[in-house]
Design a protein around this ligand. Structure first.
Ligand code: ADP
Ligand code: MG
Length: 677
């Protein structure tokens, strides 16, 4: 007796047979062979129903069935789902029936009358085939899941280059659905052109099929999508070959380069930006350096002119010349101060400011910037309130806005700078919708240039945003925004194409005008007889400064460098009451000197004098007690006033601490007169 080969699993077999005797015989034999039997069923419809419900491993299907449908029709319906292997039972078949049966891709035929060996072989073969088919299907679904999840587009073709597969990425990039593309020439689905010339390129699938070898990665090409847009891609094609080396198709993988290009572009841009800001830094350093040297020269020019004017024996004509020199020198001083504002080397300190004063001081400079073809109007409210801000920062703000307006009005136009007070009562008033209600001082800078489109206007405060290609830094308005915000204010743009541009800066109105930081010791003597140690490496400046100090009555000890100054301090006599030192000097700089001198004379007032100040000085130096800073060039009056103030404050402190210690020691001062300063 025949037995099935693998007894571990019991396959279920559905019997579809309308002759009861044959059916009964089959049931009996199959059960004996060790199969589990479903049915028998004698008509097509029931066969379909049971097959779908029970999912038997095998269906034995009689070709001729009673009723409207025969076995082939039943099998065709069942085989819509490929999991149902059908074996036909047939006595004698004509060619036409056989052809119909073939279309349902049966797993075998068993001829009637049924012989046991034939039946078993057919069933075993069918089971084996099914298992293989299932493996194939599983691996196919694994592959298609993989292909669906990768970021590359994949297209496979047959050996003639017609599309047999596309993954979803390929569908998206080409714009073709696989269902539409299937069977079409690959060139129609995947059109590649040269990135630059836009000339059609040979399809890599075709090349791989012809060369029977992989066509390797290449980029600089565009995939022309169905919608006509060009997507930069790189691709890679390879032929599909059988074990025997027969080419049966090709597969092409391609990658969308857009995101990579965006990253590359961003990298490129940030390099450029870095370059720009380095350039700006370098210009700043250069400007600072020039200003420093220039300020030394101006100290001499202005100082000498001022000192010479003190000589009453000079005739009036000479004195006029000297006055002209002094005036020109002062204007030059204002210029270097602008230079310093740009290089951000000025002391950043908020002070009580009147914007009108700032604007009037800058008017000349603004005029030089806008030139003749721009009509400049200053409309300043005479009752303008004060604000608290840093003057050099505000100057920077105005400069940047003016320069932008100038650049926008390349054909000339009108530039209007306006100041006024305003009171905002409700949030929704005025363009300054988000300003907290209250009193404000407003500065507007309006031009009649081309204005800005909304997308530009929305981005102008972004650092590095510029529409001026390589000529712009994109830092101007970013700096402006930073300064205004830092000063507790708001800035708004009113601009549209063809409408010109107005920037409005709202700064909080300063209700109580506190005393200016520089105490005006008007009427107090600006002279003294104390001893001042003056340190300056520039001979001309040294001479001018010492003359100024001597004329004010002081005793001056001079040093040309830090080391020399320290030596003087180490001498027992005479006592030194104040150190006046340049900041930037070769060798020991002013700050280092300050520290060394403080180690010897702990409380001595130190006045730093420099062509510019940098942040280190701010941080480490003049924030200390009893130290202060003056910017070159200085006039004799300013210098004398500052020195006197520092000495007065110091001496007052000394007297107070002296009195305290006198009180504590019951009237007996422990402090000798000599070391009181
Ligand atoms: P930059 O001047 O270096 O481009 P800014 O930050 O100063 O950088 O300005 C950014 C951009 O804002 C400019 O490139 C320009 O497009 C626009 N912009 C600024 N001011 C004006 C203005 N007055 N009129 C028209 N556009 C302006
Ligand atoms: Mg600018």
């Amino acid at each position: 007796m025949q037995k099935r080969s693998n007894p571990a699993i019991i396959p279920r077999i559905l019997i579809v047979e309308d002759e009861p005797a044959v059916a009964a015989d089959l049931v009996e034999r199959l059960t004996r062979m060790g199969f589990s039997v479903l049915g028998p069923v004698d008509n097509a419809d029931e066969a379909v129903r049971i097959a779908r419900r029970e999912l038997p491993e095998i269906i034995l299907m009689d070709v001729r069935l009673k009723g409207a449908k025969d076995g082939i029709e039943a099998a065709a319906e069942i085989r819509l789902d490929p999991n149902h292997p059908v074996i036909y039972l047939t006595a004698h078949s004509d060619k036409a029936t056989l052809a119909r049966a073939m279309k349902t891709t049966p797993c075998g035929y068993v001829l009637k009358p049924i012989r046991e060996e034939g039946l078993l072989v057919a069933i075993e073969t069918a089971l084996h085939l099914c298992a293989q088919e299932k493996n194939l299907r599983d691996s196919e679904s694994r592959y298609s899941a993989t292909l669906a999840s990768i970021v590359d587009g994949v297209i496979a073709t047959d050996e003639s280059g017609r599309v047999t597969f596309m993954n979803p990425v390929a569908e998206e990039l080409t714009g073709w659905k696989f269902s539409e593309a299937q069977g079409r020439e690959v060139e129609q689905i995947l059109q590649l052109v040269d990135d630059v010339e836009r000339t059609p390129l040979k399809n890599p699938v075709r090349a791989a099929l012809q060369q029977r070898a992989p066509v390797l990665l290449s980029d600089a090409k565009l995939l022309m999508g169905r919608d006509g847009r060009g997507i930069p891609v790189e691709d890679n094609a390879a032929p599909i070959t059988t074990h025997a080396g027969v080419v049966i198709g090709a597969v092409l993988a391609f990658r969308d380069l857009r995101s990579r290009r965006v990253t590359e572009d961003a990298l490129h841009k940030s390099e450029e930006q870095l370059h720009q800001s380095q350039k700006l830094d370098a210009i700043g350093r250069l400007a600072g350096g020039v200003a420093h040297d220039f300020n030394n020269l101006l100290t001499i020019i202005n100082g000498c002119a001022d000192l010479a004017l003190d000589d009453t024996s000079l005739n009036e004509a000479t004195r006029d010349f000297l006055r002209d020199i002094a005036e020109a020198g002062q204007r030059a001083g204002a210029l270097t101060s602008q230079l310093l504002a740009f290089s951000r080397k000025q002391v950043m300190a908020p002070a009580v400011l009147n914007l009108n004063t700032v604007l009037k001081e800058m008017e000349g400079m603004v005029r030089r910037i806008v030139k003749e073809d721009v009509l400049l109007t200053l409309s300043l409210s005479p009752s303008l309130g004060c604000v608290k801000a840093d003057q050099s920062q505000i100057e920077q703000v105005i400069m940047n806005l003016v320069v932008n307006a100038r650049e926008a009005m390349y054909d000339g136009g009108r530039l209007t700078l306006r100041t006024f007070n305003t009171e905002l009562e409700r949030w929704d008033q005025t363009p300054a919708a988000q300003v907290t209600p209250g009193r404000y001082v407003v500065l507007t800078v309006a031009d009649t240039g081309p204005g800005m489109a909304a997308d530009v206007r929305d981005r102008v405060f972004e650092p590095f945003f510029t529409t001026k290609k390589s000529k712009g830094t994109g830092l101007g308005l970013a700096t402006v925004h930073g300064i205004v915000t830092q000063s507790g204010g708001k800035i708004y743009i009113d601009s549209a194409p063809g409408q010109g541009t107005t920037f409005s800066i709202y700064l909080p109105f300063l209700a109580k005008v506190v005393a200016l930081q520089e105490p005006q010791s008007e009427g107090r003597p600006r002279i003294g007889n104390e001893t001042i140690l003056l340190v300056e490496d520039n001979d001309g400046v040294l001479l001018v400064l010492s003359t100024m100090l001597r004329r004010a009555g002081y005793r001056v000890l001079q040093a040309r460098c830090g080391t020399e100054a320290v030596e003087i301090c180490e001498r027992p006599e005479p006592p030194i009451h104040l150190l006046l030192t340049d900041v930037v000097m070769p060798g020991m700089g002013g700050l280092e000197l300050g520290k060394s001198v403080r180690a010897l004379l702990p409380d001595i007032p130190i006045l730093y004098l420099s062509g510019y100040i940098d942040d280190t000085l701010l941080r480490d130096g003049i924030t200390e007690n009893n130290s202060s800073f003056l910017q070159k060039p200085v006039t004799p009056d300013v210098l004398a006033l500052k020195v006197r103030q520092m000495l007065d404050i110091y001496q007052q402190e000394q007297r107070e601490s002296h009195r305290e210690s006198y009180d504590r020691s019951d009237g007996q001062s422990r402090r000798g007169a000599g070391n009181s300063v």
